[in-house]
Design a protein around this ligand. Structure first.
Ligand code: GLU
Length: 564
């Protein structure tokens, strides 16, 4: 086959949404929301470091990007401590309550519930939130400024209000059940003259007094308030008001612990790419892809060419087939990390790739050390938020946090949204008599796709990346790594690349991009093609000319702020 190489002219390399300055010599902030980026800058200006700034960012995002993330959810953080040259990966993922059973998402006839709204909306989908513990513990270990000071920006914004953004307004427009669920209904919708509930309009100054009260308590009493104090009471009350049989107890909240896990790192060319291991499938799946890409001359392939889309799609199908069978919470099942990443195994898997046409079927392999599981089907409605911060000392945070789907379970407590993370588990516990690795179990963490990543060159910080986007996250992030390492692109160029991928059933091309022109040609190669909206939110930092450049995904409302 003759590959048509499409020129870079196809790429629309405009700069990121909002960029204040291009690069700086000291550090950089990139988040999905201007208020959050400004809160981080404020903290850095007061002498705070990347960890202090991360606390401020997350508290503000809870208020301004509630559709995506919040303290009622979970997160993974990668933290590079410059002074000790040590990388940490911290798991603040939600846990299933101790009283759930593997049939959590089955109806009384034993059939799986409809995903939305039945499984998602309401108390049954809420996992024990992890973000506040994660922020408190990392701050205790590495923070510079007093804990209370990190709350001021968010408290002020919650009390005085912030202008509703187009993204917040538009997502409210299509979440019908949210309109009927209090207190979210009264907070996010306004009745018009005919008594119809309309989403709070763009520019409306939205205050959140309940949340400011929660923030004040947390600033004073720390995570104790969230897991054992008044906030814990508000959480349990909100869950019980929804369903008296809610499974989460005070004990579940009290017993919640974050986990300091070993970061998952592998060489990609001359770089060391580090990410989050299980219970995220993100790092492992991305590194499997990169290890296969390493055997191809990616540098010489145009990122938007048929050749690249075809190769990406084949590699994508191979690793997602394995992801569905073997990944989940490694505290509960044996995830064959070494087997999946072993050279022998991956070179066998690579043989499946046909460079000339779409391989008919690609099934899961048999990595060394694997248990015999059935296939996990995961559904995830994109929300989530990713941010990166490098401070003046060179400490760096790459953190992805989430309430899972838009507005999580739609329940609120203390002015914040409670997650629906438990629907990241398999809806059914077994298939054909065989267990599914990612089935619901008491105290287990649902498998995630979140892929906060930090890349090193010669043990020095090189780049940070990550994205929201449900099960597409891994592909957004993997392609951003190719952009940084192989295509030598700046973050502002990478975030503007159109997206393509194949998670198993069809090849996806991003709608309203130049890729639509390639549909017919891909179909001639045998690809089943769908043109779809792709909701990434890549936030990237790259070391350049002894300083940093950043990128904020134009699909979101982010802001890059250099630190001078
Ligand atoms: N809950 C998903 C996960 O942890 C992320 C959802 C999203 O990005 O939309 O993988």
């Amino acid at each position: 086959m003759k590959f048509i190489v499409y020129s870079f002219l196809f790429l629309t390399f405009f700069t990121s949404n909002y960029v204040e300055g291009s690069y700086s010599s000291k550090g950089i902030i990139a988040t999905a929301n201007p208020h959050a980026s400004k809160a981080a800058k404020d903290i850095i200006d007061r002498g705070g470091n990347a960890i202090d700034a991360s606390v401020a960012v997350q508290l503000v995002l809870t208020l301004t990007e509630p559709q995506a993330t919040g303290i009622g959810g979970g997160a993974f953080m990668l933290y590079w401590d410059e002074r000790t040259s040590k990388l940490y990966s911290i798991d603040g993922r939600e846990k299933a309550p101790s009283k759930v059973t593997e049939n959590l998402f089955l109806d009384s006839d034993g059939n799986k519930k409809k995903f939305y709204p039945d499984a998602v909306v309401g108390s049954q989908s809420v996992g024990v939130p992890g973000i506040i513990k994660l922020l408190e513990e990392t701050h205790k270990k590495f923070g510079n400024l007093p804990w209370e000071e990190l709350f001021k920006y968010a408290i002020n914004l919650a009390e005085n209000g912030f202008p509703v953004s187009p993204a917040l307004n538009s997502i409210l427009g299509y979440l019908k059940p949210l309109k009927e669920i209090e207190p979210a209904a009264s907070y996010y919708f306004i009745e018009d003259s005919e008594g119809l509930k309309k989403p709070v309009p763009v520019g409306h100054i939205l205050k959140n007094i309940e949340y400011s009260k929660t923030l004040k308590r947390l600033s004073k009493y720390g995570s104790y308030d969230f897991y054992e104090g008044e906030t814990a009471e508000l959480i349990i009350e909100a869950l019980n008001n929804d369903n008296k049989d809610s499974k989460m107890s005070f004990e579940d909240l009290k017993n919640y612990q974050i986990v300091w896990r070993e970061p998952l790192c592998r060489k990609y060319r001359s770089y060391n790419v580090c990410a989050m291991g299980p219970p995220s499938s993100g790092g492992l799946t991305m590194l499997m892809m990169l290890k296969i890409f390493e055997n191809f001359d990616i540098k010489s392939i145009d990122p938007n060419s048929i050749e690249m889309i075809h190769l990406f799609s084949e590699v994508n199908r191979i690793v997602y087939a394995d992801r569905a069978y073997y990944m989940g919470d490694s505290d509960f099942i044996n995830v064959p990390v070494e087997g999946l990443l072993s050279e022998t195994y991956l070179s066998e898997r690579e043989k499946i790739i046909n460079l000339n046409y779409y391989s008919k079927t690609i099934t899961h392999g048999n990595p060394p050390g694997a248990e015999d599981f059935e296939k996990n089907i995961d559904i995830s409605k994109p929300s989530t938020s990713h941010f990166v911060i490098v401070d003046k000392e060179g400490n760096a945070v790459s953190m992805t946090s989430t309430v899972e789907g838009p507005f999580g379970s739609h329940l609120m407590a203390g002015g914040f949204i409670l997650n629906n993370e438990l629907t990241d588990f398999s809806m059914i516990p077994e298939l054909n008599g065989k267990k599914i690795a990612n089935r619901v179990e008491p105290n287990k963490r649902p498998m995630s796709s979140m892929t906060p990543t930090i890349i090193f060159k010669d043990n020095n910080l090189f780049a940070l990346t990550g994205s929201p986007g449900g099960t597409s996250i891994i592909n957004y992030v993997t392609k951003s790594v190719l952009g940084l390492i192989d295509w030598n692109l700046d973050p502002s160029q990478i975030v503007n690349l159109p997206h393509y991928m194949n998670k198993g059933d069809y090849t996806e091309l991003e709608k309203n991009t130049s890729l639509e022109n390639l549909k017919t040609e891909l179909e001639l190669l045998g690809h089943p093609v769908k043109v779809l909206n792709k909701r990434s939110g890549l936030h990237i930092a790259l070391k350049k000319y002894d300083g940093y450049v950043g990128g904020a995904d134009p699909r979101k409302e982010g802001l890059v702020i250099p630190i001078n």
